[in-house]
Design a protein around this ligand. Structure first.
Ligand code: GAP
Length: 491
């Protein structure tokens, strides 16, 4: 097994063992495929991550404001946005294994195989041909590429394929029938962006917003992915952190570059090394875009998209104007003109960034323990993102140490997520917190009773120092507040 496959498996099992991620409704058979629940530590980490994004967007940019739109929207929304007609993936089935694939993913995997074998010319030729087929919606062309490149089903090993056909990714549902209107078909939103577009005028007018300005939102999105796989990477229910920035026509490329920069800085501030990140231009532009680039992170299974920056032109607002029959325009008094604004979008996957954080922070280090060498495992999460900020331990369960520990807990708990533990040996308690990513442990010992100091143990280098109990809140404030991360962005 390669190291990267190994890391992937370790992350998946660590996520389950420590309450970060559980398979949805796992007690039934193997659970619901490609749907996941965030456990007790995962929910905290996700909230910290989303809070950091929200504050970076809405507090550091005076011209960005946030909303929280509903998941269910009027069905015409999706006709106008183009999702009913164009939100498709090319699907192919293997007749022997009965497994279903995305034709473009089978071809991308083949490109990766060519690259691995050093066949760069074959890889480049296939990449260009694939982009061509996708741009022209050429399903026969995709089929031919699968035949020409002798692609076999990874399960059956055969090339006994069905035709390639289009598959719409939206989940539909029914709104309950009313006496006069009957049941109506609705969709679970496949992106949060449309909730922002349909509220453009509401926010602009009630908030007195002037172009350029942005509307941010965090929320659920749903896609009936054909091949949902790779853990949190491709899920059927997931969360997006999106921002639509409304600009004058002709200024979109300037803002596109501005937001590319902002978003890359934000991702790096999470502690992700530069060499693990790269930009990728879209070979195939979505139906609404005139420019698009993705930030990719090197997951254990290769570089993959975590966020897209898209120049969406005036496509969405114009289409909503057309389909609703309502004027959706902005009066720009600086140039004395009415127009439909252009849009630059930043669209990040909350779950993919969460997954990236787990991959990036999982560490195994050799340490010497007496005579023996052992492996110390820990999660090197930024303290501002860590689910628990500090754990408080009495060294032993007697002599008044638990009472002092509880007192510290009671002082800190109103401001910080802290955790009290008096079970097991102190070594085991440290190890457990390392695996949860807790950056600090405060240990109350007999010296505490004399001089009111505790041992502060640092997760990353296991260094220990003594601090006065009265200074612990200040110590945590400086290290674990999101404010520190926000300041590092230099916006
Ligand atoms: N509004 C534009 C939009 O939705 P997208 O590239 O389709 O663009 C944006 O999605 C981000 O949402 C992606 O970069 C990814 O992080 C996340 N995402 C998309 N599909 C996903 C899925 N099935 N599972 C998890 N995250 C997904």
């Amino acid at each position: 097994m390669s190291n990267t496959e190994d890391l992937f498996k370790k992350i998946v099992s660590h996520s389950k063992e420590f309450g970060f991620i559980f398979q949805s409704s796992e007690i039934y058979d193997e659970g619901l495929a490609s749907v996941y629940d965030y456990g007790q530590l995962g929910a905290e980490l996700k909230k910290n991550l989303q809070n950091y994004w929200w504050r970076a967007m809405t507090q550091l940019h005076e011209n960005v404001t946030g909303i929280d739109a509903a998941i269910l929207m009027h069905p015409k929304t999706w006709k106008a946005s183009g999702h009913v007609d164009s939100f498709n993936d090319p699907l192919i089935d293997n007749k022997d294994s009965k497994k279903r694939y995305r034709a473009d993913v089978l071809l991308e995997d083949q490109i990766a195989r060519y690259q691995k074998k050093g066949k760069d010319r074959n890889a480049e030729e296939l990449r260009v041909a694939l982009a061509d087929c996708l741009n022209n919606n050429d399903l026969n062309g995709l089929q031919q590429l699968i035949i020409d490149h002798e692609i076999a089903c990874p399960f059956s090993g055969t090339r006994n394929w069905t035709d390639v056909r289009q598959f719409n990714l939206m989940f539909s549902t029914q709104m309950s029938a009313t006496a006069d209107s009957g049941a109506g078909e609705l969709y679970l939103r496949p992106e949060t962006a449309q909730g922002i577009f349909v509220n453009f005028l509401n926010v602009q007018k009630t908030g007195g917003m002037r172009i350029p300005f942005g509307i941010a939102q965090i929320g659920k999105a749903f896609r009936n992915e054909i091949v949902a796989r790779q853990f949190l990477f491709r899920m059927r229910e997931f969360e997006q952190m999106e921002m639509q920035f409304f600009v004058r026509k002709g200024e979109e490329m300037k803002w596109f570059e501005y937001w590319k920069n902002q978003r890359m800085n934000w991702i790096k501030s999470l502690g992700i090394p530069e060499e693990k990140l790269r930009w990728k231009k879209h070979d195939k532009l979505a139906h609404y875009a005139n420019a698009a680039e993705d930030i990719e992170y090197e997951f254990p299974f290769g570089f993959k998209e975590i966020e897209g920056i898209h120049s969406r032109t005036d496509f969405d607002l114009s289409r909503h104007q057309e389909f609703s029959g309502k004027k959706i325009q902005y009066f720009d008094n600086e140039i004395n003109q009415n127009y439909v604004p252009y849009v630059v979008e930043t669209s990040a996957g909350s779950d993919r960034i969460f997954f990236m954080l787990l991959c990036n922070s999982y560490k195994e280090e050799k340490v010497v323990d007496g005579e023996k060498e052992k492996i110390r495992k820990y999660l090197r999460l930024h303290p501002a993102l860590a689910p628990v900020k500090a754990a408080i331990f009495p060294l032993v369960n007697k002599d008044g140490l638990p009472e002092t520990g509880r007192k510290i807990m009671d002082e800190l708990k109103y401001e910080f997520r802290v955790f009290y533990d008096e079970r097991d040996s102190i070594g085991k308690r440290y190890a457990k917190q390392d695996l949860a990513g807790t950056p600090f442990c405060f240990t109350v010992d007999h010296q505490t009773l004399q001089d009111e100091t505790v041992t502060v143990r640092h997760r990353d280098d296991t260094r220990q120092e003594r601090l006065k109990i009265g200074t612990l809140a200040d110590f945590l404030r400086e290290k674990v507040e999101i404010k520190g991360l926000l300041k590092s962005l230099n916006v």
